[in-house]
Ligand binder design. Structure first.
Ligand code: X8Z
Ligand code: ZN
Length: 629
């Protein structure tokens, strides 16, 4: 797909690689394809010259940059879409070439922007000059061949992930199949085999990854950053160190609640599997949590459901199946929520051009993403949707990206982006908080009745298994990358540092010792896909801030978790006004426009989950919570 921060027009994947190769064992043919793609020519576009070093020159330079970026990003977007929905030798070759060209243009423009550092220019021009420098995810250094090599590597990495398969019970299986089994398996031998099996796709990435880090760091230092991680942390309208401290502060707000959840879940897993599989103290075994990266735990609700008090009267996946939902109906239902807020219907081309289910006849990138191909109207999603609770959430998430893109389409090119990347991830999640309420599910006919108070704890526990469990994962992925980019973690330490972060932040351990050549980070999409991840951590805070503000605007006085803004066009109009701002102003202004607050604030998370936290504290009484690092 289009590089998200890079083109300011797409979200989720940043550098999209290509390949038609299986990963554990590359066929000779596919190895040849990957090597051939490495020979893509490296021709840099001409430098923009002739802009005087004054305010008028800066304004003209920025206008010219926007025209060039917009044109090339559309071409790149169409090629990237073609590659992501049909991985072949040729689409891979084309994408690697256009990505190199795009990176070269970006780097050239970022360097050009620096010429106006000491010139007094209008505020919006200054913001655009800064964004030219900050909007690159992986910068290439300014020497011949570097952008080409970087593009070849990112292409290979992403491809290896997208086409990854491993042998399980006598046949080659994909990530979707493995994930589906892991979600429902309650056999620790099986969950371990699936967890370890998927991680056999990534050792082959490790050398490429190390080389990529070296090149990108060279590029980042040329642009005046300490390293690529420092560059990523600079995209939040504040000092990069202050941003890192801000994420620490937010995590400290949520951590006691996570530890409470961890303690409760560990105890239930211990009851279920016994001491030999899951001890009653210490970290949790990662493969028992129903998700390939243990990032959302909702799939094991049945294992941890309360044994006293209320029970949950419904299972979302079962409800979707019983109501004959298919993938398209899930997307139409998602659209229906946005339309109820007064937002426009999706364009016809969305339905004609999106990839909603996995095509059976070719290799594709299945990780869900939302695209804005022409920076105007050609918005699409790319998913391999299955009819289940997880994808019901994901559909709302992806459409949030598309509705944001649609809202800011009249902004100038460099402002067509989220107020920060966390905002982009939070839009659909905010809508999802209403769309998962029993009240709404009842309104659209998925639930026959609205469960009463007795289901409060079961409902909140389900939500916490996804939302609270996610937070330390949302933090640890980039904590690992920050250490890799700044050199604290050497290539030889890549895997141990990843496991150490799992333990430190999530309190998790792999089901067994990891092999010497393991590269577990490579088995998580956003690492080979080079998508910064702190955005999801922020989104898990922002969505509750948006939800609390929206419910206040709606005059809701009941518990936050029961509030749905379905059908509320006033809230929709105010939300859209924030979205229309795009990236034109520092993010606190966008936050203020909708919530009245200018800060990141995890207190909305605490408000939403307050009854559950009290309940968990009572459940954990007498237990020895936490884990040693
Ligand atoms: O990657 C995604 C979206 C696309 S932006 C499906 N998410 C993160 C993940 O899957 O790891 C959404 C939640 C976290
Ligand atoms: Zn997303």
């Amino acid at each position: 797909m289009k590089r998200a921060l890079m083109t300011a027009a797409a979200v989720c994947a940043l550098t999209v690689g290509t390949a038609g190769c299986a990963t554990t064992e590359r066929s000779a043919e596919n190895a040849a394809l990957i090597e051939a793609a490495a020979d893509v020519p490296d021709d840099s576009p001409a430098r923009p010259e002739g802009f005087p070093a004054d305010a008028a020159g800066a304004t003209a330079f920025v206008a010219d940059a926007e025209t060039r970026l917009a044109a090339l990003s559309e071409e790149a977007g169409r090629i990237q879409w073609t590659r992501a929905t049909n991985i072949t030798f040729d689409t891979m070759w084309l994408e690697s070439r256009i990505n190199a060209e795009y990176t070269e243009l970006q780097v050239q423009l970022a360097n050009g922007a620096a010429r106006f550092n000491d010139v007094e220019v209008p505020v919006d021009v200054r913001r655009k000059l800064n964004l030219l420098r900050l909007g690159i995810v992986l910068p290439a250094p300014n020497r011949p061949g570097a952008a080409g090599e970087l593009a070849d590597i990112t292409t290979r990495l992403d491809s290896t992930y997208a086409t990854g398969k491993f042998e399980y019970q006598g046949r080659q299986i994909t990530l979707d199949e493995a994930s589906a089994m892991l979600a429902t398996s309650r056999d620790p031998a099986q969950t371990r085999a699936l967890y370890e099996g998927w991680r056999t796709i990534s050792p082959v990435m490790a050398a490429d990854y190390a080389r990529m880090v070296a090149i990108a760091n060279e590029g980042a230092t040329e642009l005046g950053f300490a390293d690529t991680g420092a560059m990523w942390r600079s995209g939040y309208d504040m000092d990069p160190d202050a941003f890192a401290a801000e994420t620490d502060r937010l995590w400290a707000q949520v951590k006691p609640f996570y530890e409470n959840l961890h303690c409760y879940v560990r105890s239930r897993l211990n009851e279920r599997y016994g001491d030999a599989v899951q001890p009653a103290t210490g970290p949790i075994r990662a493969d028992l949590l129903g998700n390939m990266w243990s990032q959302q735990w909702g799939n094991i609700y049945d294992v941890v459901a309360p044994t006293t008090g209320g029970a949950s009267s419904y299972d979302m996946t079962e409800r979707l199946v019983a109501n004959n939902y298919d993938a398209r109906k899930m997307v139409e239902t998602g659209e229906g929520f946005y339309v109820s807020l007064g937002l426009p219907e999706l364009p016809e081309t969305f339905w004609e051009r999106s990839q909603i289910t996995r095509p059976r006849d070719r290799e594709v990138v299945c990780h869900a993403s939302a695209w804005d191909i022409d920076n105007r109207d050609d918005i699409r999603i790319k998913m391999c949707t299955e009819v289940n609770a997880e994808d019901f959430y994901t559909v709302h998430h992806e459409l949030g990206h598309n509705y944001y893109q649609r809202a800011y389409k009249d902004q100038p090119f460099l402002f067509k982006n989220g107020a920060n990347d966390g905002f982009h991830e939070a839009i659909g999640d905010f809508v999802g908080l209403s769309a998962l309420t029993p009240t709404y599910l009842n309104q659209i006919g998925l639930l026959e009745s609205v469960p009463g108070e007795a289901e409060e704890i079961p409902f909140l526990l389900k939500m916490a298994l996804d939302k609270i469990a996610f937070m330390p994962f949302g933090l640890m992925v980039d904590r690992w990358r920050w250490g890799v980019f700044n050199g604290e973690t050497s290539p030889a330490e890549y895997n141990d540092a990843w496991s150490a972060n799992m333990l430190r932040y999530q309190g998790l351990v792999p089901p067994g010792p990891r092999p010497a050549n393991a590269f577990d980070p490579g088995a998580k999409y956003h690492i080979p896909g080079n998508t910064p991840y702190t955005r999801y951590f922020l989104a898990h805070i922002y969505q509750f801030q948006f939800h609390r503000a929206a419910c206040q605007q709606a005059g809701w006085t009941g518990p936050l978790h029961r509030c749905s803004v379905y059908g509320n066009t006033e809230v929709g109009a105010r939300f859209n006004a924030m979205m229309e701002m795009g990236q034109s102003r520092p993010w606190p202004e966008a936050m203020q426009a909708f919530t009245g607050q200018r800060e990141n604030d995890a207190s909305a998370v605490a408000d939403y989950f307050a009854p559950l936290n009290t309940w968990l504290t009572a459940q954990n009484r007498g237990r020895d919570c936490g884990w040693e690092v």
